[in-house]
Design a protein around this ligand. Structure first.
Ligand code: NAD
Length: 424
């Protein structure tokens, strides 16, 4: 008889949301009690203080986390987020979703996530470098190519990955590119990694629109979050012929029913740093963007933006979850009851990022590098297979698409744990 664990450590709205999703999936596949909690709860976490000497000579202590949810199916894998609202509970929830995602698409990884409570825009480049290096230094025995492999997420980028990799390599005394992915090409990054998540999102949208018999050339798309994932998804979708009618960042959004000039938006962003005051359309709030009439809505920023308040007001036909956890469980239920919106759930929708991160890790370990075409064709091969298995599971058990994806991901992790047994 298993006793339910109630986690004090990770307790938060977003962690409870991830746990509830797990519970529904575990119930749906009758996951035995003796394996349930072992599969559900994170394996371990590390919290660190990160002192950074500021440009004015003062010292600020930042708090950083790494949560390794599952190490049963390979080294843990997951991004590092720099954001002022990071909490340990959020990092834990994101690490759970990484486990199900890696398992769903068949990667030999467990799941992890990291984060630092910081607004990176308030740091100078030197301060950001010190923060990134010190985070890696504090985590050094917790990370490694065979232990846990980091990557970029919200607020982190290729340069930060390069600093972290350099810190780790200096510590061991030789170059270890495979300790992080999402690096610049010059230090072992992979062709296609920068665009992988957004390109994967766009590829899945294209194929789901085909299934829905909606021509992509007539599709309109609203994207919340115009960072790495949102902007790459926008570029790939517009190449497929879709019209991007709204984009946003943390300062607000831009709406243009005739279609936004993405090149102009990116050029503006490169010097203004934010979309605010971009003249390519009319200003719109992030909340209003989500409720725009459009064919495809792509949340590509943070968790829990589609709630029970706005779910009844959504006017899209396809909701493509590029962000992790953008839809609350209550909103999910409302959308399911409405029955007029298809969802590509996060663990499938944004899996292109970790798939190409896996390719980068493989290339680093083999010191043998692939062409962009090779990377992208292997990526779409894996996405096709994952989509087909989700659709099969959905049909076979009459599950929602999210439940289909989660049950596949969770079942494989649970099976691995069962096969390995419990070390006494
Ligand atoms: P990013 O930092 O490059 O971009 C985030 C974007 O969201 C920025 O435009 C930012 O201004 C915007 N944003 C932040 N707060 C916002 C708010 N409150 N309202 C509206 N917009 C807001 O991050 P990213 O790497 O593009 O990640 C975006 C999402 O995709 C996250 O949920 C992340 O976990 C997920 N994801 C990223 C990857 C990856 O490879 N980077 C892979 C899988 C999933």
């Amino acid at each position: 008889m298993s006793k339910a664990v109630v986690s004090q450590l990770y307790d938060s709205e977003v962690f409870r949301m991830a746990c509830k999703q797990f519970d529904s999936a575990a119930d749906a596949i009758n996951l035995p009690d003796n394996i349930r909690d072992r599969t559900k709860y994170p394996r371990r976490c590390l919290a660190v203080s990160i002192p950074v000497k500021r440009d004015d000579g003062s010292i600020t202590i930042f708090e950083g986390y790494r949560v390794q949810h599952n190490l049963s199916t390979g080294p843990a894998k997951g991004g590092i987020r720099f954001h002022e609202h990071v909490t340990l509970g959020e990092v834990a929830a994101l690490s759970m979703w990484m486990s199900w995602k890696c398992s769903l698409v068949g990667l030999p990884y467990g799941g992890a996530k990291g984060g630092v409570i910081v607004n990176p825009r308030e740091l100078s480049l030197r301060e950001l470098e010190h923060l990134s290096r010190r985070y890696m230094q504090e985590m050094i025995h917790f990370l490694g190519p065979d232990i846990d492999v980091a990557a970029p997420d919200v607020g982190t980028n290729e340069q930060i990955m390069a600093w972290m990799m350099d810190t780790y390599s200096n510590h061991v005394g030789y170059l270890v590119p495979a300790v992080v992915t999402g690096k610049p090409l010059s230090v072992g990054g992979s062709e296609g990694r920068r665009e992988a998540t957004g390109a994967g999102v766009a590829y899945l949208i294209k194929h789901y629109l085909i299934d829905m018999k909606l021509p992509i050339e007539q599709a309109t798309v609203a994207i919340q979050g115009f960072g790495n994932v949102g902007s790459e998804a926008a570029l790939a979708l517009s190449q497929y012929g879709a019209k991007i009618i709204a984009i946003s960042d943390y300062t607000g959004g831009i709406y243009n029913p005739k279609g936004i000039d993405l090149k102009k938006a990116l050029a503006y962003l490169s010097y203004a740093k934010v979309l605010k005051d971009f003249d390519g359309g009319e200003a719109i709030s992030n909340e209003a963007l989500l409720e725009l009439p459009c064919t495809v809505l792509v949340p590509a920023a943070l968790e829990r933006v589609i709630t029970e308040i706005n779910a009844p007001k959504l006017k899209c036909k396809l909701l493509a979850e590029a962000a992790n956890g953008p839809t609350t469980n209550a909103a999910d239920k409302i959308i399911e009851q409405r029955g007029d919106i298809e969802i590509i759930p996060d663990v499938l929708c944004n899996s292109g990022g970790v798939i190409v991160s896996y390719f980068e890790w493989l290339q680093n370990r083999q010191s043998y590098y692939w062409s962009r075409e090779e990377v992208l064709s292997k990526l779409t091969g894996i996405l096709d297979k994952a989509k087909a298995s989700v659709e099969y599971q959905k049909r076979k058990f009459k599950f929602s698409r999210r439940l289909a994806a989660l049950t596949l991901g969770i079942a494989r992790v649970a099976e691995a744990k069962e096969s390995r047994g419990l070390f006494p």
